[in-house]
Design a protein around this ligand. Structure first.
Ligand code: ZN
Length: 388
């Protein structure tokens, strides 16, 4: 890994920072989950941080300037090698015989003042006044398997892109680079797009995405065909599922192949304590998915299970990255810097979860995940404090 990170800076001319220091400093930034380049500068000056770098720590400005020329394809190649290693070591495995991937968009940050030429813009009314807000949005591709997930790629939206266009670019790149990394692509209500379905079917892949736009003919037709009685019912834990499954729907104007629509009405029994007694409450939710998966290959209950796996990019991806890794702001506001730092974050995220996976289960389960992250930071901080 060290050699791979050092290779990223092979051909770069930034004499003020030795080539080997910069990638290691950024890896330290993410592994210690620091909030800024200034915090990184302080951590890397002395103690274990200094010993890890083996050279002088660059200033926060130097790190920011150099992050603008980071080798983005090189970082993607590192993630690719990690993906292959995780597959060979049976860490990333298929779920019920299928390899799943999730794609979703995320807004990183927004500002009324700070912008760059690649910022997206929108008009916001504040106290009756229209103001221009600048923001960056990105699409992330995550592989999900039982017990592990891996953030494989990242695509920043161009100034006039919509999320679908960037997602298409991202999926096309993944399909070209790792054609066997997934069988089924999961997505939210933004992804029932004919261009996406066509691309996936051209490569022999399937789509399974949320269908929630009530104006669409496809959903109207499917609702007309759902009978009053569910075709399939089952129970999992505290949730009862009532499912409807309709195949061979051809009312999608821009997509000429037949699709399948699955509806699941889920009732979960919740127990709540009110004053001095427990009461039971029922919560019902409805989900509808459109998919190209044939019923003969994937039964209704499996479609429902896979459909809910989409939430893992929200919970294990964006929520963790933003709340625990401080990814919801710009360390340096520059498109290359943003992309490169998120890709490095994916590398650190995978390394951390591999480290966690290799701890004995009885020890790992004795502490929450964030405590393990804090212990890692303390390893760096303690020698720093003792030498002060
Ligand atoms: Zn910008």
């Amino acid at each position: 890994m060290r050699r791979e990170l050092e290779a990223l800076e092979d051909h770069r001319e930034k004499p003020e920072i030795p080539a080997a220091v910069f990638p290691k400093a950024l890896l330290m930034l993410w592994l210690c989950r620091l909030r800024s380049f200034n915090a990184l500068h302080v951590l890397g000056r002395r103690g274990a941080g200094r010993r890890f770098l083996r050279q002088d720590m660059p200033s926060a400005d130097q790190i920011a300037n150099n992050s603008e020329i980071l080798d983005v394809p090189g970082l993607r190649a590192i993630l690719g090698r990690m993906y292959k290693r995780l597959g060979r070591n049976k860490v990333l495995v298929a779920m019920r015989g299928h390899r799943l991937a999730v794609v979703d968009g995320h807004e990183i940050n927004c500002s009324y003042k700070r912008c760059c030429p690649k910022c997206q813009k929108r008009q916001i009314t504040v106290n009756g006044q229209k103001r221009t807000q600048y923001y960056h949005r990105a699409v992330v591709f995550q592989l999900v398997g039982p017990g592990f997930r891996f953030l494989l790629d990242f695509e920043l939206l161009e100034p006039h892109d919509d999320e679908g266009t960037a997602a298409l670019r991202l999926i096309r790149r993944v399909l070209e680079t790792y054609p066997r990394c997934f069988d089924i692509l999961l997505g939210d209500g933004l992804y029932p797009q004919a261009r996406l379905f066509k691309l996936l079917r051209q490569h022999g892949k399937h789509a399974l995405v949320v269908l929630k736009d009530e104006r669409r003919d496809l959903l109207k037709d499917a609702r007309g065909l759902f009978g009053p009685k569910p075709q399939r019912t089952f129970r999992s834990g505290a949730t009862a599922y009532r499912c409807w499954d309709v195949e061979d729907l051809d009312s999608w104007d821009s997509y000429h192949e037949k699709v399948r629509v699955v509806r699941s009405v889920e009732t979960t029994t919740l127990r709540e304590r009110k004053k001095d007694r427990w009461i039971e409450r029922q919560q019902t939710s409805e989900w509808v998915w459109v998919t190209t998966l044939p019923a003969a290959e994937v039964p209704t209950a499996t479609i429902v299970c896979f459909g809910h796996e989409r939430w893992r990019i929200e919970n294990e991806g964006f929520n963790e990255l933003c709340n625990q890794w401080h990814a919801n702001h710009y360390f340096h506001h520059h498109p290359t810097s943003i992309t490169a730092l998120w890709l490095m974050l994916f590398i650190a995220h995978a390394l951390f979860h591999c480290f966690l996976r290799n701890i004995k289960p009885c020890l790992r389960q004795s502490l929450p995940v964030y405590i393990w992250a804090q212990l890692m930071l303390v390893e760096f901080l303690l020698p720093l404090l003792s030498s002060a």
